[in-house]
Design a protein around this ligand. Structure first.
Ligand SMILES: Nc1ncnc2c1ncn2[C@@H]1O[C@H](COP(=O)(O)OP(=O)(O)OP(=O)(O)O)[C@@H](O)[C@H]1O
Ligand SMILES: [Mg+2]
Length: 246
């Protein structure tokens, strides 16, 4: 298998607090890796360090063999290849759905408007929102906004997609429609790194589960194995928090 993303000995501190410690990871093309772990264990920081939103203290992140973190301004081209979708959609409120989708490709990638519109319409259609192209974000539901945010990330033709709890702010019915879009991306063999608290979704979509605890990857397992017989006591305890008993 061909490795796309590599993290070598990455550590990250916020002042004296060690948030990530000696993270080593290699992700293959087309692989879907799900990251789980308790609140505060470093999941968001890990994704933010991968796409260069945070500086790192040690180690490096490589995309296609090229260092993207630590980085400098010349590396924006490589960083564009890492797309990220957050819990908050961050759409421009005064721009329509279509304008939101085509803005970065036209500005950053200098694609023609005609080209960008064509591609945006194809992608909006794929997530069931083509007819909403002239709506503004405030006119859409949370689930619809999140699907637009995914389209916007896809417009940059990223090599790796990072998702940070993209359904955490949504009502249950809307969670499904967003997760279905991500499942569709997995079928298209997109390379993805997904942070989620939706365990049944994680089980369904993951090729690999990473269990993060206190800034370290303490399990890197096959999903079946992880959910039926996790290797560590810590993961067992974590998984029990998703079970209810009367
Ligand atoms: N900008 C920051 N400055 C200082 N500390 C931070 C900063 N961002 C995160 N932290 C700390 O780093 C640790 C990891 O935070 P992170 O947001 O990565 O956790 P998480 O696993 O994503 O948690 P959650 O599941 O709640 O989203 C936490 O202790 C947090 O308080
Ligand atoms: Mg987080």
């Amino acid at each position: 298998m061909e490795s796309v993303l590599k993290i070598e000995h990455m550590s990250k501190k916020f002042d004296d607090l060690i948030v990530l410690e000696d993270i080593n990871l290699s992700i293959d093309k087309g692989e879907v890796v799900v990251i789980v772990g308790s609140s505060g264990c470093g999941k968001s920081t890990l994704l933010r360090c991968i796409n260069g939103l945070e500086d790192i203290d040690e180690g490096q992140v490589l995309l296609d063999g090229e260092t993207v973190n630590p980085g400098n301004r010349n590396l924006t081209k490589s960083r564009e290849k890492i797309g990220m979708v957050f819990q908050s959609y961050d759409l421009f409120p005064h721009k329509t759905i279509l304008e939101n989708a085509i803005l970065a490709p036209m500005k950053v990638q200098k694609r023609s408007r005609k080209d960008a519109v064509e591609e945006a319409m194809r992608l909006l259609d794929r997530v069931g929102l083509a007819e909403r192209k002239d709506s503004y974000p405030r006119q859409l539901s949370g689930g619809q906004k999140q699907r637009v945010a995914i389209v916007r990330a896809l417009m940059m033709d990223p090599e790796v997609l990072l998702f940070d709890e993209v359904t955490a702010a949504l009502d249950p019915e809307m969670v499904r429609e967003v997760l279905d879009v991500i499942l569709d991306l997995a079928k298209q063999k997109r390379t993805m790194l997904i942070v989620t608290h939706e365990m049944s979704f994680a089980k369904a979509i993951a090729d690999r589960i990473l269990f993060l605890d206190d800034g370290r990857i303490i399990e890197d397992s096959d999903p079946k194995e992880f959910f039926t017989s996790p290797a560590t006591e810590r993961a067992k305890r974590f998984l029990r928090t998703f079970e209810y008993e009367k």
